[in-house]
Design a protein around this ligand. Sequence first.
Ligand code: AMP
Ligand code: GLY
Length: 430
Amino acid sequence: MTETVLLVGGGGREHAIARALADSNADLYACAGNKNPGIARLAEGFETLDTTNPTAVVDFARDSGVDLAVIGPEAALEAGVADALDDADIYTFGPQEAEARIETDKAFQRRFMEEHDIPGCPDFETFEDMEAACEYVDEYDGDLVVKPAGLTGGKGVRVMGDQVDAEGAKEYIRESEYDRIVLEERLVGEEFTVQGFVANGDLRVTPAVQDHKRAYEGDEGPNTGGMGSYSDSSLELPFMSESEYMDAIDIMQAAVDALDGYKGVLYGQFMLTAEGIKVVEFNARFGDPEAMNTLPVLETDFLDVLTAARDGDDLPKLKFQRQATVCKYAVPEGYPTDPKSGALVKVDEESAGDAILYYASVDEREDGIYTTTSRSFAVVGIADSITEAEEIAEDALAVAGEEGLRIRHDIGKPDLVQQRIDHMAELRGE
Ligand code: AMP
Ligand code: GLY
């Protein structure tokens, strides 16, 4: 049976969700703060509205006659959009505000892990008194990470021994005027993401993905929302073993068991360290860019997952194409600190060739599609190996050109993947 589905959000992640829903023959209605041309083309109806305004989203959902909803961005979850849709009898695949605190309140997240004995929790303390936090920095034996408790779009964290020294950390704590922060042990290793579908007590996991948060090639520069990401043809990544992937899944299962009643995507951000798997954070939604690695290789009908979740059934077992993926974002020049908008996007879904093109924060005008001040679009290559997938992504980027854009060409290249493998070998003392 065809379902009418509402999608909330207008980034690259949501374009990937829209494509998966369209492939499932769902009738799609979408709303977002920006008019994403890729989503708009797939949708029967598209409205630009404030996706953190629950009333506006519910009104649009009712007018569109949707049966089901999927929420992309964390800001909408934090604003209680899932609560409002559920209250309007529109089943929403996305946690309610209280459950989304696993992402939106990092102090809550660490206490939740501690209370429920979820494995992989680093040493941490939470602070409301910033002078007490600075004293803790002075007394702590080792490097710490400063994390604002609330949402910062991935840009609020400062890592001692990497981005700042102890003095810099204290300066940041004093000057940034956060109400609450978490100070936690700095984890050293390789990061990876696992996204899981959760509903009715079930967890269905997807292949591991590695994102690249730093703005510039060689992992230099400020943190961003994510510049690109890759996954392999197996569930794990080249620098880890299958049993390490399974350790991450055990942690996610422990979280799902403790989260009683959670529905939506649970995103685990992990650090593979010399001492095993640790949790960097949990998020309450798909990753952006990671959704663009995962959804195109999902063979299971995405709508079947959503309807099983809604109907109280067991979630279907997931099947994936055994293919590697490489996703690269094109971002405006100067992103993220001083982004310049207004560059013409020269590649489209046809001229991207073998790569898939996902639009993100762009502006569709009469004479073309232009960049704004956030990530512009992403291309995804899919192939038997990471190397081949990377080449497919690069061919599409060559069509796009570089005018007004910045791209991390190193993502997914053999050199960078090998550096990850060597880094883990070195940490393990091999
Ligand atoms: P978050 O906003 O929690 O995603 O953090 C942004 C980035 O900060 C992560 O992707 C990591 O690279 C880094 N980070 C966060 N927590 C830690 C930690 N405990 N140790 C080392 N790096 C961390
Ligand atoms: N790629 C990082 C995130 O979605 O939070």
